[in-house]
Design a protein around this ligand. Structure first.
Ligand code: GCO
Ligand code: MG
Length: 403
């Protein structure tokens, strides 16, 4: 079997998505997600100019060899652009391989380990009362795990909180919008938020929170400790993780579980965090971490240290990534939790899919492959629109801070 054609499809049905479609001489095709929020065209260009010419004529069944051909063959290893491009190829090839076998993808990975995939939803409000209301609404809808974020008094815009009352989409402007930040205000407010949320929702729901890389290690340790009475399922991205050693300090001071890794793109980004058991959940997912082939390596390393998966599932990952991730989650022995941030109806119609959400659980489908495709004609009606993620400045003097 040979790859006959490969093309990159960029579309914006409400937000930008980069999709790779690979076709074969057997009449089968596969698709992969290559979306890198705010840097979409860099990955599209990398694929278009440097990857696709090398794929034509290759046997699509040689997934492992093609992965290393693209990784080692580039000489310039790792990085979000390279790894998202490799991930898209890898996802499309797994899709093709499973279609050849006539099996849903999870069967090729080793079969089903669970009946469904536990998902967490986002409860967000402009203040504590609104967030509590949203948490209760999610509980009512069947969610067993809920992430709670709220506006902070004295700060105008906060990560995760929509000011227009619609679904939150952080890449909200053609040039980066500017947010203001004050860690002291946030550190005072967040324990109050969780005191109210835990009081209202009771004991049976898992609660989560995303710090979004904003604290120093010692501030993160303070926050983790102050949240212990409310028994969080996890505290996410408490501090930036380029320096993996930073997590030793957080770990010394708090037993609040820690989830990290949505911005990681390889096993090397989390090797020390996992081996030292400084984290409890690894947030890498298919698109940004080199596809199914590489994600499996990360999950296997994590399993040795009882670290579980907690895959990123924001809307900047396309429904293709979600489909592939759900097959992965259905198989992976050390599964923890899957993030679920629903796409709009329009986005879902551009990507016909067989996965579904039902009362707090996600289920992959049973059709051959990963079960997601792209409607190219519909996608063509929604061309790329430049959109950036925001930046953050300290409120008191305008210094650039982590967003
Ligand atoms: C999450 C993430 C996202 C990111 C987004 C950036 O936990 O879901 O933090 O909301 O901000 O993926 O592109
Ligand atoms: Mg996050």
């Amino acid at each position: 079997m040979k790859i006959t054609q490969a093309r990159v499809i960029v579309c914006c049905p409400g937000r930008n998505f980069v999709t790779l479609k690979i076709e074969t001489d057997a009449g089968l095709h596969g698709v992969g997600d290559a979306t890198l929020n705010g840097r979409e065209l860099a990955v599209a260009g990398y694929l278009q100019n440097h990857v696709l010419p090398c794929l034509i004529g290759r046997d699509p069944q040689q997934i492992e060899d093609i992965w290393h051909y693209l990784y080692k063959g580039a000489y310039w290893r790792r990085g979000p652009v390279t790894m998202s491009a490799i991930a898209a190829v890898d996802t499309a090839l797994w899709d093709i391989k499973a279609k050849i076998a006539g099996q849903p993808l999870y069967q090729l990975l080793g079969g089903r380990s669970r009946t469904g995939v536990m998902a967490y939803g986002h409860a967000t409000g402009r203040d504590i009362a609104e967030t509590v209301e949203e948490v209760l609404r999610h509980k009512e809808a069947g969610y067993r795990a809920i992430r709670a974020q709220s506006g902070v008094p004295g700060l105008e815009k906060v990560y995760g909180v929509s000011t227009q009352g619609r679904l939150y989409e952080p890449a909200d402007a053609a040039l980066p919008s500017e947010h203001d930040w004050d860690s002291s205000k946030y550190l005072r407010h967040t324990p109050r938020l969780f005191e109210a949320v835990r009081g209202a929702v009771g004991e049976d729901v898992h609660l989560l929170h995303d710090v979004h890389h904003r604290l120093t290690p010692v501030q993160a340790a303070q926050l983790g400790r102050s949240l212990e009475p409310y028994r969080l399922f996890w505290m996410e991205d408490p501090t930036p993780a380029e320096n993996q050693e930073a997590f030793a300090l957080i770990r010394q001071h708090t037993t609040t579980p820690i989830a990290v890794g949505e911005v990681f793109n390889s096993i090397w980004d989390c090797k020390t965090l996992i081996e030292k058991q400084w984290i409890d959940y690894i947030r890498t997912t298919v698109t940004h971490a080199g596809g199914i082939t590489h994600l499996r390596r990360i999950a296997d390393l994590a399993a040795l240290y009882q670290v579980k998966t907690g895959s990123h599932g924001a809307t900047d990952l396309s429904p293709i990534c979600m489909g592939a991730a759900l097959h992965f989650d259905t198989w992976v022995p050390n599964f923890g939790l899957q993030e679920y941030m629903p796409h709009s109806e329009l986005m879902l119609s551009v990507f016909p899919h067989d996965w579904r959400f039902e009362r707090g659980m996600l289920y992959c489908g049973e059709s051959p492959g990963h079960g997601v495709d792209i409607d190219e004609q519909l996608a063509a009606r929604y061309p790329y629109q430049r959109a950036y993620l925001p930046i953050n400045r300290l409120q008191h003097d305008g210094s650039l801070h982590d967003w």
